[in-house]
Design a protein around this ligand. Structure first.
Ligand code: NDP
Length: 287
């Protein structure tokens, strides 16, 4: 008879606030589906306590890794043994995995987006022209992964020049993509050469569900792929307007599930049950 282990492998999210983070719903559904004795916990860690919390994670050896959310994604880099090339370029880590005694920082946000683009829309970013609305954390993660995957041009459209310039300079200096910045004041017209438009701002995030990104709607062509990072609710006014004009759309719920599925594989070594995770999260958002 095989020896029984009563030890639970633990992962979770360090954040502040953290009570409303729904990631555990999809990760725990995935652990249950695969019969794994793993649990995902929401752990409240204040900004000034992050170093101690990471020390605790190191000491508790069945902690297999973590997600990081506000305010820890940037600060956590100093406490890790290694950081992946893409996460270092972004300057932000959203996932930590343990390999023996080493803690390795990764960023799965942009990879989740790329998986949605490739698997759900059948689009390979290689040699394509992108417009990305926004220049915050989500936009940085998406732009870096697109650039590393061979995107030809990336036009960043952002209100704040300073934040936009930081992202465009990073892309031009460290990746092969050609990036340019457009200041976003008034309605933006999507250029005719653009193949994929991505809203990576927080416009239309719950509860502001009717908010619409200021765009010239007639520039949303049927041959454009239009993506939104907003996971809740996923069918944003932008995606509805794009679909009404015949464009292919990709929502932020898929991206959120895929970034979690990538973290799941990093932690457990198993392929994630993506459909089960998607169903669990969609049901949670509908409550
Ligand atoms: P940040 O605060 O870092 O950046 C927000 C960005 O949105 C900035 O570029 C900001 O512009 C822009 N913005 C916000 N409001 C407006 C507006 N009214 N008009 C024009 N621009 C606006 O946030 P994050 O990048 O971390 O997150 C952005 C969104 O991405 C969130 O809603 C989050 O839920 C979602 N997200 C989704 C993920 C997924 O897996 N689906 C993963 C990660 C994030 P400015 O610089 O001018 O202020």
């Amino acid at each position: 008879m095989a020896a029984t282990s009563y030890m639970t492998d633990i992962v979770g999210v360090f954040g502040f606030p953290v009570a409303e983070n729904p990631t555990g719903v999809m990760q725990n559904a995935a652990f249950d589906a695969l019969g794994l004795t793993w649990r995902y916990l929401n752990i409240e860690v204040a900004a000034e306590d992050l170093g101690e919390a990471i020390g605790g994670l190191r000491a508790m050896r069945n902690f297999q890794g973590m997600n990081l959310t506000i305010p820890h994604k940037v600060e956590v880099l100093q406490y890790l043994d290694e950081v992946s090339v893409d996460a270092r370029l972004m300057g932000a880590v959203n996932t930590v995995r343990r390999v023996d005694d080493r803690l390795i920082g990764e960023n799965t946000d942009g990879k989740g987006f790329l998986t949605a683009l490739r698997d759900d829309a059948g689009i390979d970013p290689f040699h394509k022209d992108f417009v990305v609305l926004g220049a915050g954390g989500a936009a940085r993660a998406i732009c870096v992964e697109l650039a590393l995957a061979g995107a030809s041009t990336i036009t960043v459209v952002n209100r704040s020049q300073q934040r936009g310039k930081g992202l465009v300079d990073l892309l031009n200096e460290y990746t092969p993509a050609k990036a340019k910045l457009v200041k976003w004041d008034g309605e933006y017209t999507v250029p005719t050469e653009t193949q994929v438009l991505i809203n990576a701002t927080s416009i239309a995030l719950y509860p502001d569900v009717d908010a619409m990104a200021p765009l010239v709607l007639d520039s949303l062509r049927p041959d454009l792929v239009v993506c939104d990072v907003i996971p809740n609710p996923p069918n944003t006014p932008l995606l509805r307007a794009a679909a009404a004009r015949g464009a292919k759309t990709i929502d932020g719920l898929g991206m959120l599930v895929y970034q979690g599925a990538i973290a799941f594989k990093m932690w457990t070594g198993y392929d994630a049950p993506v459909e089960i995770m998607h169903k669990a999260l969609a049901a949670e958002f509908e409550k």
